[in-house]
Structure formats: C-alpha cells, structure tokens
Design a protein around this ligand. Structure first.
Ligand SMILES: NC(=O)c1ccc[n+]([C@@H]2O[C@H](COP(=O)([O-])OP(=O)(O)OC[C@H]3O[C@@H](n4cnc5c(N)ncnc54)[C@H](O)[C@@H]3O)[C@@H](O)[C@H]2O)c1
Length: 257
C-alpha cells in the first residue's frame, strides 16, 4: 500500500473529489481527517471508513479553524504527513455583472485564502514535528486558461498555482514537497451546475474523448503525489484534464457525440 502509516488531512472531504480521495487514501493505508464546512456530509463520509477516518467541521476561510483542524489530526492520529487543500467553490457570472462582495471576495476566500491557510498551518506543524511531508493543492485547468463567466474562479486557481511554486521553494529545506493538481472537468456536484443551465451534453462533447473525468481518477493522482513514488515531483501543477487544456475542443465534435 502506498500510504501505509501516513496521516492525511483532506479539506472539501465530502465533495465529489474529496470523498473519492478519502476512500482512496484509506485503501492505500492512510488515516485521514476528513474536513468539510458541511459537518453532516463529512460525518457521512467518515462513517463509511470506521476508525481510519475522523470527520471535522471546518471552514477553510478561518485560519484559526484550519490550525485547529491540523491540531485535531495530530491529537487523534499522532502525526501529520499529507495536507490536501481541496475545498473549493465555483463562480458563474460575467465580469460586468459583478458585485465584488458577492462574486469575487467569497470565491477568493475559499479557493485562495483557504489554500494559503492550509499550506501555512500544515508547514508550521510539520516544522514543529521535525518531519518531512507533502502538501497538495487542488487547482484547475482554469488556473491557466481564460473562460467566460468564471473570472473569480480562474483568478483564485492561478493563485493556487503560484502559491504551490513559492511554497515549494521555501519549504524544500524542511523536506516538504508542495504540488498541485489541475483537474479538467470532473463529474461532481460542482460540474453538475452545468446540467441546470442545459449545457451538460454540450460540455461533454467538448471533452476530447467524449466523457468527463471521474473523481476516483483524480483521487489516484493525489495518492501518487502523496506517496514516495512521486518524490522527485515538486513545485508544479500536474495537469489531470484528459488533454483539455492543450486543445480545448476536439476538431470534429460529432466524432465523439
Ligand atoms: N469538478 C470539476 O470539474 C473540477 C475541476 C477542476 C478543479 N476542481 C476543484 O476540485 C476541488 C473539489 O471540487 P469538487 O468538484 O469535488 O466539488 P464539490 O462541490 O463536490 O466539493 C467541494 C467541497 O468543498 C466544500 N467546501 C466549500 N466551501 C468550504 C469551506 N469554506 N470550508 C471547507 N469546505 C468547503 C463543500 O462543502 C464541498 O464538499 C475544488 O477545489 C474545485 O475547484 C473541480
């Protein structure tokens, strides 16, 4: 097993990607603190995995709660090895329709500040424990691609990519790796918002192979990056988008419809 005896903290743990990653990490031998702003949903995820998973209600926009989350993991499981900053929210409004307080600030608070707080709290804890570790951040293809109606989301994910690089550089002397993963379109509640807009089949046809990525496929990549097998990968955002960011649309959409 890749993550035997490892202790991981995962935020956004009851969402599509988060819950799949909790299951994958447990299957690989890790003990996991599953944190989410939705307490009930986090407890449901934890209940699937017995003593190996502890649920925590945590709002990642509050630094004190993030510090408390890391302390709780160490108190319960005795150490910390992996921090996965995965909680995120979307945005969907044209720039000229923005009210900053509603359409920009909340997205950046979760996707940018939340990741920053997780990096900082985990790094300080690893330093105090005198241990190496891995910090993984969930970015997006939209951290590097522009798209309509998602100004705030893309901006926040670009920040995740840069925080990953800067943190990797400063934390390398402590033997802490910092990496990010940029999923493309993953079939989770976040993506299902397109269903309500009547765009589900349209965006599915934009996928190079005509299908969305599954949450478990992203979980596999997180497990690899959390493990010793990826020891020489550091300071980068790994694209996990089935090629979407390289080409955006297939040349012949009807070929995959
Ligand atoms: N689904 C996709 O296509 C896709 C693509 C690229 C990147 N991502 C990223 O993957 C990550 C996981 O998204 P998902 O697709 O599983 O979405 P999701 O909506 O299923 O899960 C997100 C989770 O984050 C939690 N959350 C929201 N705000 C929080 C806060 N303040 N504190 C703690 N938890 C909070 C939610 O309760 C939810 O459980 C996000 O960072 C998202 O931006 C998703």
């Amino acid at each position: 097993m890749r993550l035997s005896d490892k202790v991981a903290v995962i935020t956004g743990a009851s969402g599509g990607i988060g819950a799949a990653t909790v299951a994958k990490f447990v299957a690989e031998g890790a003990r996991v603190l599953a944190a989410d702003i939705n307490r009930e949903a986090a407890e449901e995820v934890a209940a699937r995995h017995g003593d190996q998973v502890l649920a925590a209600a945590v709002d990642v926009t509050d630094y004190a709660q993030v510090v408390g989350m890391i302390d709780q993991a160490v108190e319960r499981f005795g150490t910390l090895d992996v921090m996965l900053n995965n909680a995120g929210i979307g945005s969907a409004k044209m720039l000229l329709d923005h009210d900053p307080a509603e359409d920009f600030d909340p997205v950046c608070k979760v996707n940018q500040n939340g990741v920053y707080y997780g990096i900082l709290a985990a790094a300080k804890k690893l330093q105090s424990l005198g241990k190496p570790g891995v910090i993984i951040n969930t970015s997006s293809i939209y951290g590097t691609m522009a798209s309509e109606m998602t100004f705030s989301y893309n901006t926040s994910k670009a920040a995740v990519d840069m925080m990953t690089k800067c943190a990797a550089l400063e934390l390398a002397p402590l033997n802490i790796r910092v990496v990010a993963v940029a999923p493309g379109r993953v079939d989770t509640p976040m993506l299902r918002q397109y269903e309500a807009l009547g765009l589900w089949d349209h965006i599915r046809r934009e996928q190079m192979r005509g299908e969305f990525t599954q949450p478990a496929e992203i979980a596999d990549i997180f497990a690899f990056l959390a493990s010793q097998e990826s020891n020489c990968i550091n300071g980068v955002t790994v694209m996990a988008d089935d090629g979407f960011a390289q080409f955006k649309y297939p040349l012949l959409p009807e070929a995959v419809s």
